[in-house]
Structures are given as C-alpha cells and as structure tokens.
Design a protein around this ligand. Sequence first.
Ligand SMILES: C[S@@+](CC[C@H](N)C(=O)[O-])C[C@H]1O[C@@H](n2cnc3c(N)ncnc32)[C@H](O)[C@@H]1O
Length: 207
Amino acid sequence: MSDLFDADRVYAARTPSELAAEYDRVAESYDEVLVGSHDWRMPEIVAGLVAWLLPRDALILDAACGTGLIGEHLARYGFTHVEGLDLSSGMLEVARRKKVYGPLMCAALGEPLPYADERFDAVTVAGAFTPGHAPASSLDELARILRPGGYAIFSLRADVEQPDFHAALGQLVAEGRWSLVHVGAPFQSLPRAEPHVKNRLYVYIKF
Ligand SMILES: C[S@@+](CC[C@H](N)C(=O)[O-])C[C@H]1O[C@@H](n2cnc3c(N)ncnc32)[C@H](O)[C@@H]1O
C-alpha cells in the first residue's frame, strides 16, 4: 500500500486514534508530498508571523507540529526554544530527526495539556483546526499555557463553516482571557492540490 498523503483518507478518520494512525502511515512522505507537490504554504507563513512578533529567545509551542515544518522555518529565523506536540508519534519522529525542537510530546489538543500555566510566549497551530482534527475545546488550554502578553497564532478554514471555533473564541474574548490582534485575508494553503481550500490566520494576545 502507498504511504502517500491522501486527504480523503485523513478526512475519513472517525476517531483520534484512526487519525493518528493515518498520519503515522504518511509521516515519512508528508514533506515531499505536501510541500514538494501540493505547495503547502502554511508553515512558512506562520513562522514569518512568529518572527515578526517575537524575539528570537521566545519560548514557542508548535502544537500539532506534525513533521516539524514550522520548526524548520523558525530555526532559519534564529529561534532556539521551540517545543512541539502532536497526536501522531510517526509525525513526531520525523520532526525529532530535524533537530530543531526541544521537547516533543505525543499529546492531544482537546485534552488537558502537560504544560504549566503561562509557560509559553507563543503557541502556533497550523492546519489542525480543520474538520476531523483538533476540536474547538483546544483553545481553552492554549489560553491557559500562554503567558500574559503571549500570542496564539493559528489557522482556521475560510472555505468551510467552523461555528464551534468562532463560539469558543468569542467566549474567551468575553471572559477577558485574550483579545484579537489580527485576522488575515483568506489564502490558498494547498494551491496545487486543493485550490478550493482556503485558510485565514488569526493572532490573539493573552491578557
Ligand atoms: C495537516 S497536518 C499539519 C502539521 C503541521 N502543523 C504542518 O503545518 O505541516 C495536521 C497535524 O495535526 C495533528 N493533529 C490532528 N489532531 C490533533 C490533535 N487533536 N492533537 C494534536 N495533534 C493533532 C496530526 O497528527 C497532524 O500532524
């Protein structure tokens, strides 16, 4: 069986363990297919936003880091304190080999995260707040582990409705836990393979 990334199989996963197994299956070919063939632009853009907002000694959590594409870009910018987590141990193993992350954890967004309150200067989530992946309830834990003044930088789909995310974001704002800094314009994140897929990037600052 081919080990190539197949979006239909990813979106067919019915449980987190099926999703993790699917990402485990494609981990070794993910970078070649997603970046090389599909022109996956998100990691580069997210890393650029981090570099614009934060000093190079900032402590960053790349949540749902996958194979570590954001970490590679952050390393090129000179960031040296980047940690990661992901549901898929196979994806984490590829990320680990790149030697651009500190600790890498196999953990699930949507569950309590194994980090102290107010630990990180920034948290990134690229491509994991999408149907069948990490749930909107993940946001509460991200707000908890950010220090006051820290940034959450993440993508949401612009071509599909994600009302649960907008409700959860509104709730965190209403509770005074963080505030919106910027919402980007929709862009094609997989222009060669899935031109209809559009994402926006969101930046929130923690109070
Ligand atoms: C499309 S990939 C994006 C990976 C990486 N951020 C990038 O930009 O290449 C989605 C990743 O989210 C991870 N993921 C999905 N649901 C998750 C969850 N609930 N908690 C943590 N990681 C999750 C998958 O294992 C996969 O590595």
